[in-house]
Design a protein around this ligand. Structure first.
Ligand SMILES: Nc1nc2c(c(=O)[nH]1)N[C@H]1C(S)=C(S)[C@@H](COP(=O)(O)OP(=O)(O)OC[C@H]3O[C@@H](n4cnc5c(N)ncnc54)[C@H](O)[C@@H]3O)O[C@H]1N2
Ligand code: MOO
Length: 415
């Protein structure tokens, strides 16, 4: 069901250099949800899941008018204060409402969260009054309706409270619970395969020699996938051997809704991911006008989309967030998103050349954007140091301290 077209990543003839916005637009318009729906999933299991249908409130919130403070509820028009009002016997407490009518010109003891008794509509804070011999003495000023929360002022019964494609968070779960929604329909978790490639790459824990490096990408991308709320399928690591790459991709196509690979996508002799995808899939090698991350392979392999990330960890991270995160969201039934950035004063200088967008590892300190000292795309320390990225557009720019730059926190990518 919901199959993607084989040529969904194809570039128009003659196009070989893709601006970031165009690449994003192409992904946005060609991808759609590919996952099924889990019906009536209990609230305890929906954090991070994506709503598969709109949700309507079965009742209002709050269901009855109630007091926002501990104090006294007044019946009838408020006379000029200071004044004295007789108190009726009894009280209204949260969970134990007062069930009689309070006569006009009277007041009653009320506690926070308690239903406003019939006849009353205004609550005076206990600190602003005094009770002597069952008489309430009011000082200061008082507005009609003060400290009373109206029934349905937050949510009315039958209001649409959440819309399909929303990724559920703890605060949204609170909204569902507040109106008594016990379960919701959510999309099944997108199954995302992560595959590392390269003869020089060894999994952490393996014996290594000087010409070998540890696999930094697979643990990083795996953690990204799980943090975004998807189901991780670890496809392991394969050598730069066509048959190994092919077998791993076949396994991925069987088990996953999307495969993220890293390495082997540029033009080198051993870039077998591209070659296999070309021979057995429908690939579009995108040269994206972005730094880092110029080579990005997008392919359909046996019906499953493959995002071929560059091998350099910084480039893999940048592309996984900038292109992978919104694409995965859409495939998973969520919304396409353009990460929210904030214009902040630069705390650095840079002479940016025209041609490519640049994503610099960045963080905010003292109200300014700091960028990592090296732009090298093998510098994993810059990734760990950063809390987001600065995105500079394709045109040339002279940035001085104080120049506004667009900072995108990692949270804007759903992290
Ligand atoms: N002639 C050209 N050469 C290169 C180009 C180009 O356009 N023309 N682009 C450069 C850029 S930019 C990048 S990025 C890389 C991307 O190449 P690949 O995706 O084919 O990646 P590899 O060559 O396999 O690896 C690049 C680099 O990353 C290291 N690596 C790979 N996998 C991992 C891993 N799992 N963990 C840690 N590090 C990894 C690998 O050892 C290489 O150093 O191509 C440039 N060349
Ligand atoms: O993608 Mo490469 O790492 O830009 O340098």
């Amino acid at each position: 069901m919901n199959e993607l077209r084989n040529d969904c990543f194809a570039l128009p003839p003659g196009v070989n250099w893709t601006p970031v916005d165009e690449a994003l637009e192409r992904l946005r318009t060609r991808l759609h949800p590919v996952v099924g729906v889990d019906r009536a999933v209990p609230l305890s299991q929906v954090n991070g899941r994506i709503l598969a249908s709109d949700v309507y409130a079965p009742r209002a919130h709050p269901p009855s008018s109630n007091s926002a403070v501990d104090g006294y509820a007044l019946a009838g028009p408020i006379s000029r204060v200071p004044c004295t009002v007789p108190l009726v016997e009894g009280r209204s407490a949260a969970g134990a409402p007062y069930t009689d009518q309070v006569p006009e010109g009277h007041a009653i003891r009320i506690l926070t969260g308690a239903v406003i008794p019939a006849g009353t509509d205004t609550v005076v804070l206990e600190e602003d009054c005094e009770v002597i011999d069952q008489q309430l003495h009011l000082n200061g000023t008082l507005k009609a309706g003060a400290n009373a929360r109206k029934a349905g002022e937050d949510i009315k019964a039958q209001d649409r409270i959440l819309t399909m494609a929303t990724r559920l968070t703890p605060t949204q779960i609170s909204v569902l619970a507040s109106v008594g929604v016990e379960s919701v329909d959510v999309y099944q978790r997108l199954r995302v395969g992560v595959l590392s490639t390269g003869d020089e790459v060894k999994p952490v824990g393996a014996a290594v020699t000087d010409w070998q490096i540890y696999d930094a990408n697979r643990p990083m991308l795996s953690a990204l996938v799980t943090q975004l709320g998807y189901q991780l399928v670890d496809l392991g690591h394969v050598l730069d051997r066509p048959e190994e790459v092919r077998t791993a991709l076949e396994r991925g196509a069987e088990q996953c809704d999307l495969i993220l690979t890293s390495g082997g996508v540029s033009a080198g002799d051993e870039d077998h991911v591209s070659k296999i995808l070309k021979a057995h899939g429908d690939i579009s090698n995108w040269r994206i006008a972005i730094k880092p991350g110029r080579p990005l392979a997008l392919a359909m392999f046996q019906g499953t989309p493959v995002v071929g990330l560059p091998g350099n960890p910084v480039a893999a991270w940048v592309c996984a967030l900038r292109f992978g995160a919104p694409a995965m969201s859409l495939l998973a039934g969520g919304e396409w998103f353009e990460p929210q950035g904030y214009l902040m004063p630069a705390g650095f200088s840079k002479n940016k050349k025209p041609g490519r967008s640049e994503m610099l590892r960045a963080r905010i300190r003292n109200g300014e954007v700091e960028v990592f000292g090296s732009e090298g795309s093998g510098r994993v320390t810059g990734l760990a140091w950063s809390e987001g990225m600065v995105e500079l557009g394709e045109s040339a720019q002279q940035i001085e301290p104080g120049t506004p730059v667009r900072f995108i926190p990692y949270a804007s990518f759903g992290l």
